[in-house]
Ligand binder design. Structure first.
Ligand code: ZN
Length: 458
């Protein structure tokens, strides 16, 4: 795999840039540092512990023993059931807010758990104006260190604004006890940054042509995510085998991407088309035997779909694929009708109608963007193909890291994953490769080529 230079800015520099999180410890035996961190960074000797039955078993005992031995009291605790798998539902945030609120200030809420427990505590603590401590039990997502919380509210998976954890303490022995699917989920979430980077390159390019949802690359946030990324992926591929060093690399790399979100106050550096596929499946509550498919596994299949789509769109050095025969750009009314059909019966419909109208490019704007892109096609194509990992290599990397690579592994048909691109293009005003294909008129051609392919998503 090609390596991306220069080197990553490193954890310390990322922490300094984050503006929110003050300390991150990842390694073996790091819980012993928690009492000192509580006193120094929070000025407190009381905590409120939140976990679920599984994470309590994995980490809670050691965590609590360490605290009581050092004069820190556990003022209260709330433990979610271990089964069925916990959802990041806003109702749980309300419960936590009430429980933590009545335990009596001052105290520090502590999230001992994987992504969902962390998202719930992060939002509840933020709504109570309390800085919290994050004690991850799995290297499962990039969201531990981000300022937002991914919560299901009003039928919509939304990133709700809230403060990042003040400190993060991840013991790699605890991380290694987590089920393998959590580490492979974290790996896939990290691998998704490859696609997110390509989408940002595209968004940066179309900013020249006044495209809606375009965004200039911010060099520092870019470096925090992209520099060293391929190296981190290679070094963390054994995380799902419980390899502690691979888990440390994975956790730190995911944390740095979270710090880039804190720094830019936006998820743009870490989230592109691959996450929009995942968001659609999150809205649909995609599950296997009643258990939700993890965020990372959805992002993983979304990443493979996104890279396939990019390879198809940028296959030809002379220009994008042609529009289908008889192609005509839809009017705003036809566009709205398409959205209505795609999201009929979904609680998200109203929001999607609004967003898709906001991002709609009329004939004139689309022509301007399309012309501009054709003029710089060679340069843009070169940058995107340099950024992504070729599909076959990307898939092999996922397989090595024990991530799903076929749609059936996350309970979807191949046709459903490909068709999902149409809805993924509607839900967010953030310019990505799907919007580019839409503006170039080659969106349906690209999907048809993906459908016909003997290799993509097989
Ligand atoms: Zn993610």
């Amino acid at each position: 795999m090609k390596s991306k230079l220069p080197e990553s800015p490193g954890l310390t520099e990322c922490l300094e840039a984050s503006g929110g999180t003050r300390a991150l410890r990842a390694g073996n035996g790091v819980y012993r540092e928690i009492p000192a961190l509580l006193r120094a960074e929070y000025g407190s000797e009381r905590v409120f512990l939140v976990a679920d039955e599984n994470t309590l078993k994995a980490a809670g005992g050691e965590f609590e023993r360490g605290l009581s031995g050092a004069g820190i009291s556990v003022a209260g605790r709330y433990i979610f059931p271990g089964e069925p798998r916990l959802h990041a539902d806003y109702d749980h945030v309300k419960t936590l807010r009430q429980k933590i609120g009545t335990a009596g200030a001052p105290l520090v809420p502590v999230a001992v758990g994987a992504g969902t427990v962390n998202d719930l505590v992060k939002l509840a603590a933020s709504e109570l104006n309390l800085p919290y401590l994050c004690v991850p039990t799995a290297a499962s997502v990039d969201g531990f260190t981000s300022y937002g919380s991914a919560i299901l509210k009003d039928g919509y998976k939304q990133t709700m604004a809230c403060e990042a954890p003040r400190c993060v303490v991840a013991d790699t022995t605890v991380l290694s006890r987590a089920p393998a699917y959590l580490a492979s989920s974290g790996f896939a979430d990290l691998a998704g940054k490859v696609c997110a980077g390509a989408d940002w390159i595209i968004a940066d390019t179309v900013a020249d042509f006044g495209a809606k949802g375009s965004e200039r690359i911010e060099p520092k946030a870019w470096a925090m995510v992209q520099h060293g990324l391929n190296d981190f992926l290679t070094r963390s591929a054994a995380a799902a085998e419980g390899d502690e060093e691979a888990l440390r690399v994975l956790f730190e790399a995911l944390s740095m991407t979270g710090f880039s979100m804190q720094y830019l106050r936006s998820s743009r550096p870490v989230s592109g088309a691959e996450h929009l596929f995942a968001h659609i499946w999150e809205m649909e509550n995609l599950s296997i035997d009643g258990n939700p498919v993890t965020h990372g596994h959805k992002v993983g299949i979304g990443s493979l779909a996104a890279v396939a789509f990019m390879e198809i769109v940028f296959a030809d050095p002379s220009g994008p694929p042609p529009p289908p025969s008889g192609f005509r750009r839809p009017s705003p009314e036809e566009r709205a009708a398409g959205v209505l059909a795609a999201f009929a019966g979904s609680p998200a419909l109203e929001g999607v109608l609004k967003t898709s109208a906001e991002k709609f490019h009329d004939e004139k704007s689309a022509a301007r963007i399309s012309e501009g892109i054709r003029d710089c096609w060679k340069e843009l194509r070169g940058k995107v193909l340099e950024q992504i990992i070729p599909y076959a290599e990307f898939k092999a990397l996922f397989e090595k890291a024990r991530c799903p690579v076929r749609p059936a592994e996350i309970n979807l048909s191949r046709a459903a994953v490909i068709a999902c691109a149409r809805r993924a293009q509607m839900i967010r005003n953030r310019y990505i490769v799907l919007d580019l294909a839409w503006d170039l008129g080659c969106f349906e051609t690209a999907l048809a080529r993906m459908e016909e392919s003997e290799s993509y998503l097989r």
